[in-house]
Design a protein around this ligand. Sequence first.
Ligand code: URA
Length: 265
Amino acid sequence: MEAETQEALIAALRLQLDWGVDEALAEAPLDRTARRDPAPAAPPEPAPRPAPRPLAATPLRAQPPAATRAAELAAGADSLPALREAMAQFEGSPLRETATNLVFADGVPDAGLMLIGEAPGADEDRLGRPFVGVSGQLLDRMLASVGLSRERDFYITNILPFRPPGNRTPTDAEIALFLPFILRHVELARPRRLVLLGGVAAKALLRSREGITRLRGRWHQVTVSPDMEIPALATLHPAYLLRTPSAKRDAWSDLLLLRRTLDGN
Ligand code: URA
């Protein structure tokens, strides 16, 4: 390859990185600079249509749609390891195809305090653990400042167990699809209190249309099942705090509220 062409290709690649492209969606690279073959002179012969399948060979029970399957798998899990296995089996979301790992949870499952974020980022996807990238490190430091550690005091997970490509915000449909799994996750972990990190977690679990700036800073109730309600504090997401350092003041006041509540004051 000529040096000039190689340089141009490297520049194009660098530009994509600058724009935030960090995901190859096709198995093999696609050479968009290659010349296309001329169009075929005549349309190809249509393939012969297959004979209709005899009725007896049709499966009696169709595969349930993804949402029903998610609800069935979640309800069938009777422990956290079983839930993790059920989520690994769930084939109803394309996010599974682009993600490297299922990101289930981290921390101490029976600590009594459960934190819920949005979705794994690139580092979490690579390592299969939630909140291990820069925003997770900020979160750990903030929690440490009120005496809480992941090794001892809380359990942490996300609304989505798979990374959305390019870290885009999860769609409403994706959140709804994975909702049975996160509700079952909370039901099995049985925390006394929840902390909802950011707007996606707060809106999904509080079933609210209000933004996080209105929801944050106070305790709400999350209805986990007909007979389980858990107090939940909504607060700002650490990734938002990295982008908006002036908001750290609000996050700090939320953490003090959490500390006072845990101390029973
Ligand atoms: N942001 C999240 O919401 N969750 C993670 O696990 C990492 C970043």
